[in-house]
Ligand binder design. Sequence first.
Ligand code: UDX
Length: 440
Amino acid sequence: MAKISVIGTGYLGVTHAVCMAHLGHDVIALDTNAEKIAMLQSGQVPFHEPGLTELLEDTLKSGRLTFTTSFADVAANADIHFVCVGTPQQVDSNAANMSQVNSAVAQLAEHLASPAIVVGKSTVPVGTAQRLHSELVSKSPAGSGVHLVWNPEFLREGFAVQDTLHPDRIVLGVTSSEDAQRVADVYAAAIDEGTPVVVTDYATAELVKVAANAFLATKISFINAFADLADATGADITQLADAIGHDTRIGRRFLNAGVGFGGGCLPKDIRALQARATELGLADTFEFLTHIDAINQSRRDTIVERAVIALDGSLHGKTVTVLGAAFKPDSDDIRDSPALHIAQELADAGAIVKIHDPAALPVLSTKTHNLQLCEDLESAFDNSDLVLHLTEWKEYRALDPNALGDRVKSRIIIDGRNVLDRDLWSSAGWSISYLGRPGS
Ligand code: UDX
């Protein structure tokens, strides 16, 4: 078993540290935020992720997982260092903000006095690994004894533990097959299960990640563009997706039309990719990503426009119930969330917005001022003129439209995720409409 460190305890870092300790490795995890480290040390995960708290508790008890804020500690206790810090979008451009990666690698390098492998997992612009490799060699006391491997991460929020323990593939960008073998040994359990390993160069490894996310984003905007066409022609987008999805070259997954994609990855990754492609002289070729982004953003406007129409042209004084705040179910992540964006737009335009989410309300309470946060799902419907279903938590599919009908002022619901049962809601006297399905 390996002695590893994980630098950065965000979504990726915490999950990676806990899962690696669960597999039997000795793990020391670092964050510069002492409050976060104290929380993790006491067994609390700072975000909602199914199964992770239980696994954190187990691994803390095992003694294989420790936390620190000191780079000296990390260098002294591990010889494989996973860099898992965030690369958010820059405030004033589409490019990725690399300050956390640069700072983590620079601080780590200072303390690397003996041979070590640094493994980059953060999503970075192509060319970063080559630069970091040179910096590690020039700034570390161990010099060329420090090697770099690029190992992008593909975990999905809500399935983070499963995706880390049983990944679809392992990608290793390396400069030597020995380095590839040492990092592959950390993932021996997954490789023994048959997980494919792609050993390649740095640039390919970096690009695999952004190519995967750009492809997924394209699939979603593609189907959403057809949802508009379905609305214009009376076609049914769900049946269309099912039918093209039967073609195994296309596949049905990521063809769910609705309010579009959000979160901390897809939106910023397509923008950062376009920014990097532009730097490399490929602005025209990658222009299509502007359209993918624009189609996605327009989904949010579509729902707001539909809401105004459903409310007879005016939002003022009207009560709108919004089901969901997180960008996807089984997560409390509200970064670039379509649901929250729409709720905020409606509230800013004068509606009284009551918002429910099974997990994200505590996060919302510090970030919003003009939304009414509803802990209780049923009472979120009280006095409502319009209900919007915007994040597809399973709780919402189990709602009883008959009972809820007595709570609202008007039985009108717009399903922005195209998953609620039309017959169930219609037979309870609701007007239900969708994005891209007839009868909308
Ligand atoms: C994504 C990638 O899937 C993952 O591999 C990468 O490591 C990080 O980015 P995540 O951000 O957790 O993961 O969410 P994902 O499950 O990809 O969903 C992204 C968004 O697309 C969500 O807002 C979701 O609601 C939306 N979506 C997804 C659709 O609108 N339609 C679909 O068919 C699928």
